[in-house]
Ligand binder design. Structure first.
Ligand SMILES: NC(=O)C[C@H]([NH3+])C(=O)NS(=O)(=O)OC[C@H]1O[C@@H](n2cnc3c(N)ncnc32)[C@H](O)[C@@H]1O
Ligand SMILES: [Mg+2]
Length: 431
C-alpha cells in the first residue's frame, strides 16, 4: 500500500494509496458522498460510491463529522476540475478520532469568534493558504540573501535600547535591570555588519503600539538586512530586488494557495525591479493635487495618504527623504539638505501601506552623539552603539521588512491578523 500525502498523490495516478487526513467538509446523497479531505499538505476530494464500497464503508463515510481524523484509502485519479489536479476514488475509511460539534462550521462566523478559535481557524482553507504563502516568503528570503552573500545574524530579543523611540516599548525586568523586548534588531545588525559586511536577521519584534488598524500587530516578524559600505541608493536597489524576488517566488510556487485565496495575480505579475521613487516633498505636492489640503510639510503620512500616493503606481513605491524631525536619531542627513534624511519607506500597492522602513545610518561619531542628545537617549545604554563609529566607521545602510504586512499584500488579506499563526493585537493575548 502506498502511504502518501495529498501534495504528493500525483506520483500514484491509477494506484491505491492510504492518506492520514481530517474531514474538512462533506456532502452526500443516498448513493454517493463527497469528502473534502485535508492533511496539512493540501486539500483533495474523496468520492465514495455506495455501489462500489458497500453499505458498511459508505455509512462510515456518510457519518463522518467535520474535523474527524481518519485514514482514507483510494485510487488516485487525475481531474482537471480539482484545484490540485487530482481526486480520490475512495475504497475504505478508518476513523481515528471522531470530532464532535466542531465549532467552526462551514457557515459565516464573526471575526472575534474566529479569533477566539484561532487555534482551530488555522485549519481552514484560506488560513492554510496564508500560512503556506508566509512560508514561501520566508523560504525566498533566505534564498535571496544567501545568494547575495548575506550572513544570517540573530540580534537579541532582550535589550536595553530602543532604536524606534521609547514610547512603544514592552518593558521587562532583567534580574535587577530594566530591559525591553526588541523593537528592531537594527542597532545590533549594524555592529554585525561591521564584522561580516552584509548581514540579515529574521525574528520577532515587539511594539506596545495602541493602534487598532488592519496593519498593526503588537508582535510581528521582521527581516532586517544591514550592509557595510552601502549608501542610500545602493540599499534601495537591494530592497526592490528582494521584494521582487519574493513576489515572483510566491507566484511560481503558491499557485494553488493564491487560487484558494481568490487573489488577482495579475496585480503581482509586474512586480519587478526597479520600483518608482518619490521624495517626501513631491509626495506632499501629489497629495495636494489629490485634494489632501490638510497635509503640510513636516506632517507624517497616515494610511490614507500612503494609499493615495501608492495608487498612482502599479508597483511598490519608495517615498524618500522624509523630514529629519519625523525620523529616529540614527538616520543620515541628506548632505544637500540637513532638514531631510536619507531614508525611504516602501509603500505597497492596493492600499497595503508601508512594508519596509530603512535608511542610511549616521557614521560620524560626533553627529550621532549630537542626535542622541537631541533625542534624550541615555548615553550609557547606547555607548556600545556609538563606539561602532570610533573604530573604522563606514557609510552603511539597512532596512526592515515587515513580514505580516508583506504577506497581507501578496495574499490580498483583509487584516494582518490572518498573516501570523497566533496574532497579538491590542486587547488580544488569547489563544
Ligand atoms: N532595520 C531597520 O532599518 C528597521 C527599522 N529599525 C524599523 O524598525 N523601521 S520601522 O519602524 O519602519 O519598521 C519596519 C517595518 O516593520 C513593519 N512594522 C512596523 N510596525 C509594525 C506593526 N506594529 N505591525 C506590523 N508591522 C509593523 C512595517 O512593515 C515597517 O515598514
Ligand atoms: Mg516605518
Amino acid at each position: 500500500m502506498n502511504k502518501t500525502t495529498i501534495s504528493t498523490v500525483g506520483q500514484f495516478v491509477g494506484q491505491e494509496v492510504k492518506i492520514g487526513a481530517w474531514l474538512a467538509n462533506k456532502r452526500s446523497s443516498g448513493k454517493i458522498a463527497f469528502l473534502q479531505l485535508r492533511d496539512g499538505t493540501g486539500f483533495i476530494q474523496g468520492v465514495v460510491v455506495k455501489a462500489e464500497v458497500g453499505e458498511d464503508i459508505f455509512l462510515k463515510a456518510k457519518n463522518l463529522t467535520q474535523e474527524s481524523s481518519l485514514y482514507v484509502t483510494g485510487i488516485v485519479r487525475e481531474d482537471e476540475r480539482a484545484p490540485s489536479g487530482f481526486e480520490l476514488t475512495v475504497t475504505n475509511v478508518d476513523v481515528i478520532h471522531e470530532a464532535v460539534d466542531y465549532p467552526i462550521t462551514p457557515k459565516e462566523h464573526g471575526t472575534e469568534f474566529l479569533m477566539d478559535h484561532r487555534h482551530l481557524w488555522l485549519r481552514s482553507k484560506k488560513q492554510h493558504a496564508n500560512m503556506k504563502v508566509r512560508n514561501e516568503i520566508i523560504r525566498a528570503t533566505y534564498e535571496f540573501f544567501n545568494k547575495e552573500g548575506f550572513v544570517k545574524v540573530d540580534p537579541p530579543i532582550l535589550t536595553g535600547s530602543a532604536p524606534e523611540g521609547t514610547t512603544e516599548l514592552f518593558a521587562t525586568k532583567y534580574f535587577d535591570e530594566d530591559a525591553y523586548l526588541s523593537q528592531s534588531g537594527q542597532l545590533y545588525m549594524e555592529a554585525a555588519a561591521m564584522a561580516l559586511g552584509k548581514v540579515f536577521s529574521f525574528g520577532p519584534t515587539f511594539r506596545a503600539e495602541k493602534s487598532k488598524t488592519r496593519r498593526h500587530l503588537i508582535e510581528f516578524w521582521m527581516i532586517e538586512p544591514e550592509m557595510a559600505f552601502y549608501e542610500f541608493e545602493d540599499s534601495l536597489k537591494v530592497q526592490e530586488e528582494y521584494v521582487a524576488h519574493v513576489v515572483q517566488s510566491v507566484l511560481k510556487n503558491c499557485k494553488i494557495e493564491l487560487n484558494a485565496l481568490g487573489r488577482d495575480t495579475s496585480k503581482l505579475e509586474n512586480i519587478v525591479a526597479p520600483f518608482p521613487r518619490i521624495t517626501y516633498d513631491d509626495a506632499i505636492k501629489l497629495l495636494h493635487e489629490k485634494g489632501f489640503d490638510d497635509i503640510k510639510w513636516g506632517d507624517d503620512f497616515g494610511a490614507p495618504h500612503e494609499t493615495a500616493i501608492a495608487e498612482t503606481y502599479d508597483k511598490p513605491v519608495f517615498i524618500t527623504h522624509y523630514p529629519t524631525s519625523l525620523k529616529p536619531f540614527y538616520m543620515q542627513p541628506d548632505p544637500n539638505n540637513d532638514k531631510v534624511v536619507l531614508c525611504a519607506d516602501m509603500i505597497a500597492p492596493e492600499g497595503y501601506g508601508e512594508i519596509i522602513g530603512g535608511s542610511e545610518r549616521i557614521h560620524d561619531y560626533d553627529l550621532l552623539a549630537e542626535r542622541m542628545k537631541e533625542h534624550d537617549l541615555d548615553p550609557a545604554a547606547y555607548q556600545w552603539y556609538a563606539e561602532l563609529r570610533k573604530y573604522g566607521s563606514v557609510p552603511h545602510s539597512g532596512f526592515g521588512l515587515g513580514l505580516e504586512r508583506t504577506v497581507a499584500w501578496i495574499c490580498g488579506a483583509e487584516h494582518v491578523r490572518e498573516t501570523i499563526p497566533f496574532p497579538r493585537l491590542l486587547n488580544r493575548l488569547y489563544p
